[in-house]
Design a protein around this ligand. Structure first.
Ligand SMILES: O=C(O)CCC(=O)C(=O)O
Ligand SMILES: [Fe+2]
Length: 309
């Protein structure tokens, strides 16, 4: 549960952290589950096909338990109400000393969820320190607005579209959202954020859980399939994906994931097109931007710490 102050701060600024969630045993369960998953894949999740990063609760019972964790759901319920769906989950993994990064972006851009009530719980399975490339957020200050993005396919991007904000915006007062292992942060769908490469000697592992209240809908015609984790499917805008009761990696559950992921990608592609239509296509020159530079304005990573930066 969040305090009244935490709720008010989230409503104003669009983020909240850190919140404790997992016991040592629960943290081990997740880490062991991820190790089995990567053994099954035969490679790290972040080096395999993109499909394995998203919505893996469809066939991983430990991840299905994580998205239903009471400490996380109690906090999310304070922000979005009692009827809660999971739009997707994403493995956000940065190997030690790796260039993997996220350019400035807003999650709302290619999800197409309305109203703007989607909130991400980012659960750390290892310490997400500033050195390890934790998220950096810009406070909404009570004035959230959708910014113009480009799906630039940036090299080393941790986000599927390799997307970035391509207009000027006020990023003053940005905050490093460091989260210790077993804890989580919360960020609103219009909260602008990025993350730097991992300069630490340890692997940075996070799982982003995208929660939405059941009255939300998506603006494409795709009918998605998502887990109901608390309350009722009161909006009726999504089909409900059952938990993987057959067990880990069961072919039936894998097939359900395949279908749910297909629908997720279909909506994502429709939203990229829709955003380009509404905000104007990304100027060709911006497709070749160096991802190691700040994509809009001046300065590179860490520019927040420079005088006047
Ligand atoms: O893990 C990261 O560095 C970026 C995560 C992110 O963009 C998100 O959780 O929305
Ligand atoms: Fe994001």
């Amino acid at each position: 549960m969040l305090t009244a102050q935490q709720i008010a701060a989230y409503r104003r600024d669009g983020y909240s952290f850190p919140h404790r969630a997992l016991s040592e045993a629960e943290l081990s369960e997740c880490r062991d589950g991820l190790a089995r998953y990567e053994a099954w894949l035969g490679k790290p999740v972040n080096q395999g096909d993109w499909r394995w990063r998203s919505a893996a609760y469809a066939f991983l019972p430990w991840l299905d338990r994580l998205i239903r964790h009471p400490a996380i759901l109690d906090a999310v319920e304070d922000l979005v109400g009692r009827d809660i769906l999971v739009f997707t989950t994403t493995f956000f993994i940065k190997e030690a000393h790796s260039p993997t990064f996220a350019a400035w972006h807003q999650d709302a851009t290619y999800f197409g969820i309305e109203p703007y009530e989607h909130v991400t719980a980012w659960v750390a399975l290892t310490d997400a320190t500033e050195e390890a490339g934790c998220m950096e957020v810009v406070p909404e200050r009570g004035r959230p607005r959708q910014l113009h993005h480009g799906a630039l396919g940036l090299k080393d991007s941790i986000n599927g579209g390799g997307q970035a904000v391509v207009e000027e915006f006020d990023r003053s007062g940005s905050v490093m959202m460091a989260v210790p292992a077993g804890s989580f942060s919360l960020h609103h769908t219009l909260c602008t954020h990025r993350s730097a490469p991992n300069r630490a000697a340890h692997r940075r592992v996070g799982i982003g859980i995208s929660y939405i209240p059941a009255h939300c809908r998506i603006t494409s015609d795709v009918r998605m399939r998502v887990p109901l984790v608390r309350g009722r499917n009161s909006g009726g805008h999504f089909d409900i994906l059952p938990p993987p009761s057959e067990g880990e990696f069961h072919p039936t559950a894998i097939a359900r994931h395949e279908e749910a992921y297909r629908l997720y990608r279909e909506n994502y592609a429709a939203q990229i097109e829709k955003h380009d239509r509404e905000y104007g296509a990304t100027p060709a020159g911006q497709r070749s931007l160096d991802p190691n530079l700040y994509l809009v304005g001046r300065g590179g990573y860490g520019a927040h710490a420079e005088p006047g930066g």
